[in-house]
Design a protein around this ligand. Structure first.
Ligand code: ADP
Ligand code: ZN
Ligand code: ZN
Length: 725
């Protein structure tokens, strides 16, 4: 038994006979006495005996109906171990919604409603006026119930005016029976435009699907990478594989990137599979999530669609896990436990004997080298991928602004009824401001980053901590009034594009215009319904959407991602360019893709412009091997943060000294290296590169728990990130 709080556990309890008889076992949720308080606990093991003397064993207070299953308990504990977290945090992932979080965690409850049914006496009273006389509202209520089965009290009141007093009177006279029933809280899923019938698979799709079906039947590799260009019909292949799993009496999980960004995929799957699908994501109310969870747990729903947390869906007889857009960074959880849903999916699939499909147009190098490949090299409509033109921004003088002359011309010349997408991975108006006289840059007081000008809101804002301040009229250092702006964000591009295409409309999609539930879908819907116009936005615009009438796509500052000091920069840049190109030329208009960059010869940009994923990945894997980065190694990061810098330096050195001898012979320890200050907190990072990740993760856990190290790190906050992004 372990509690759902951040305690180490497990702790022993005595299970009373009635609870055993009621089926309490591994995975069950119990209320337990713990240090004078009531807490929620999960059964992780049932043993015949305890090491503790019987008089020291307490009994659980009560069993809670909806618990998890033994395989999920195993998975939760594995996550805790693998990602250097605690058992309680690992187990919180697998519990019913509401149980794992909050100050007083307890699972949500089913929603119920009052209902009424007419009795035989009631029918008689209504038909031939026998028995006691009826008031007009009583008569109306009986008439509405006659032949109608159970009717909700709320509905009855709306239709007949019979309120609870009237119903109570009828019940007392034996003319109706009252009861309660559960009402499912049904999440709203946008299925507009999604067909309910499957198209006939193309020969290539059918061949790929056949391989997956064979794997379901135990024939061939169980883990597959489906590499298919955008629009090649991957989603149809997933659906075929899901259907095949269901036909075999098994269940399936479809993981998608952040659900707000992929409403179309969810809608398509829901339209096709109907009530057999449950969705689980944070956009639902807790009640909706709880009801969906229970439908999965009971076997009523057989397919779960959701973002990374759906990998923990309580499905019995799991046959298939699909990871759509497997390159997407949202599969990695940023808070503790910092799990990677792709690794968890592999683990769960292997444990359940299920088939795993990771699909993408731009797979990760890890998947390219680690999984057997299936290919869908062509678009379903037979159209070629659009040509990509790389525009060298070094040829354009700075004062000409952020749009290349070719881009300006293409936007201004958009034909009637044509649409365009312009993507720039930076929101706001201008990302840097500095004093023209003394050169002082305007930075966040709490983070070592530039403040971004937001003209619409007339503020300078920090994109790391949310700090805002009024736009200064003069330099805070020297008082000069010449403040210059550098660079462009979506807000500025929106303004420039609007001037070029007037009177056509510009739609902007970024975290500023699309905050809140459903806002993202609303902006995309408006763009989709418009006769013409340009969609300007951050990478939100490149995710998972089909717009047949988009004739032009523009990527501004394509190398911005390359400037990050991160070994995944190349991979991200390639994916960004390729995904945007993939969004174009879906309809009859063909497509033109313009990529503006200061690094026109950078390998990811050149390869993406040629639609050459295989070439890019081969070279990238070579580079990773050379520098010893994943998949040639695994990484474990230890992040130290604190309000003052000196304790971090001492703590970093102490950890490094203690950790170095504990690591395996092949492991390399880098740092502690300073990272930029954020939210007023200084940061340092140690990085372990290892070819024996399990051994060295254990070494990290042991080192950090060592009392000598613990003493050296007081006042410092530690976080371990296994497989950091
Ligand atoms: P991907 O997931 O690879 O981007 P999709 O599965 O979304 O591709 O397919 C792209 C488009 O082609 C969708 O509009 C889809 O409905 C359509 N499509 C997929 N397979 C077929 C098929 N076999 N016949 C007709 N249309 C198809
Ligand atoms: Zn100045
Ligand atoms: Zn800040």
């Amino acid at each position: 038994m372990t509690t759902t709080r951040a305690l180490r556990g497990p702790f022993d309890y005595r299970l009373p006979e009635p609870m055993v008889a009621a089926g309490v076992g591994v995975g069950s949720l119990l209320t337990i006495p713990f240090g004078g308080r009531r807490m929620l606990g999960v059964v992780v093991d049932v043993a015949a005996e305890s090491d503790l003397p019987p008089e020291r064993l307490a009994e659980p207070i009560e069993a809670i109906e909806a618990g998890a299953t033994p395989d999920l308990v195993r998975l939760g504990l594995w996550v805790a171990e693998r990602y250097c977290s605690t058992p309680s945090r690992g187990l919180a992932l697998i519990l019913p919604p509401g149980a794992g979080t909050g100050r007083r965690p307890r699972p949500a409850k089913p929603r119920t409603e009052r209902i009424a049914t007419i009795t035989a006496d009631g029918v008689a009273a209504l038909r031939d006026g026998q028995g006691p006389r009826l008031g007009s509202r009583q008569r109306a209520a009986l008439a509405a119930l006659d032949g109608a089965g159970a009717v909700a009290a709320g509905e009855l009141r709306e239709r007949t005016g019979a309120d609870s007093v009237v119903l109570r009177r009828l019940a007392e006279r034996g003319l109706i029976e009252r009861d309660t029933r559960e009402v499912r809280r049904v999440p709203r899923i946008e299925t507009v435009g999604a067909g309910a019938t499957a198209p006939r698979l193309s020969a290539r799709q059918a061949a790929v699907a056949a391989e997956l079906v064979a794997a379901l039947d135990g024939d061939g590799p169980r883990e597959r990478l489906l590499h298919g260009v955008t629009g090649s019909g991957k989603t149809e292949v997933y659906l075929a594989a899901i259907e095949a799993a269901l036909e075999r009496g098994r269940t399936a999980i479809l993981l998608v990137p952040e659900i707000g960004l992929t409403p179309q995929t969810v809608g398509r799957v829901a339209a096709r599979l109907g009530d057999r699908v449950a969705v689980l994501h944070s956009g639902l109310s807790e009640g909706e999530r709880f009801d969906e969870w229970r439908r999965l747990r009971s076997g009523e729903a057989r397919v779960c669609v959701g973002p990374r947390s759906a990998v923990f869906a309580p499905l019995p007889d799991l046959g298939l896990i699909v990871i759509d857009e497997e390159h997407d960074s949202s599969y990695k959880q940023e808070g503790d436990p910092r799990y990677d849903a792709r690794a968890v999916a592999r683990r769960r699939a292997a444990d359940a004997g299920a088939v795993l499909i990771a699909g993408s147009a731009t797979p990760r190098p890890e998947s390219w080298s680690g999984l057997e490949r299936l290919e869908l090299p062509e678009r379903i409509d037979g159209r070629p991928l659009p040509p990509v033109e790389v525009l060298d921004m070094r040829d354009v003088p700075g004062r000409a602004g952020p749009l290349h002359p070719v881009t300006r011309e293409a936007l201004a010349g958009l034909g009637e009824g044509s649409k365009a997408i312009v993507m720039l991975n930076r929101r706001g108006y201008s990302p840097h401001l500095s004093c023209g006289a003394c050169g002082t840059a305007l930075t966040c007081p709490d983070c070592d980053v530039s403040l971004v000008l937001h003209r619409g809101r007339s503020v300078l804002g920090c994109h790391h901590c949310g700090h805002t301040e009024p736009v200064p009229r003069s330099c805070p250092e020297c008082g000069s009034v010449s403040i210059s702006r550098h660079g462009a964000g979506t807000e500025r591009i929106e303004q420039l594009v609007a001037a070029l295409i007037a009177p056509a409309t510009v739609f902007r999609l970024d975290a500023d215009t699309a905050s809140g539930r459903g806002a993202h879908g609303r902006v995309l819907g408006e763009f989709e319904r418009a006769d013409a116009g340009v969609l300007v936005g951050t990478q939100m615009v490149a995710k998972g959407h089909d717009f047949p009438d988009v004739a032009l796509s523009v990527l501004i500052d394509a190398d911005s991602t390359l400037r990050y000091p991160d070994f995944r920069a190349e991979e991200r840049t390639f994916a960004l360019v390729a995904q945007l190109a993939g969004r174009s030329g879906r309809g009859d208009r063909g497509g033109r893709v313009l990529v503006q960059t200061l690094a026109p010869t950078a390998a990811p940009i050149v390869a993406a412009a040629r639609h050459d994923a295989a070439g890019f990945l081969a070279a990238e894997l070579e580079r990773r091997r050379e520098f010893g980065y994943p998949p040639a190694s695994s990484l474990i990061a230890i992040e130290l943060t604190g309000p003052a810098e000196p304790p971090l330096i001492g703590a970093g050195e102490a950890i490094a000294t203690a950790l170095r001898p504990a690591l395996g012979a092949d492991a390399e320890l880098l740092g502690p290296a300073p990272r930029f200050r954020r939210r007023g907190r200084f940061r340092r990072r140690l990085l372990v590169k290892t070819t024996a990740p399990e051994h060295d993760a254990a070494a990290v856990r042991r080192t950090l728990a060592d009392p000598a190290v613990e003493a050296a790190i007081t006042g410092v906050t530690l976080a371990v990130d296994v497989d950091p992004q």
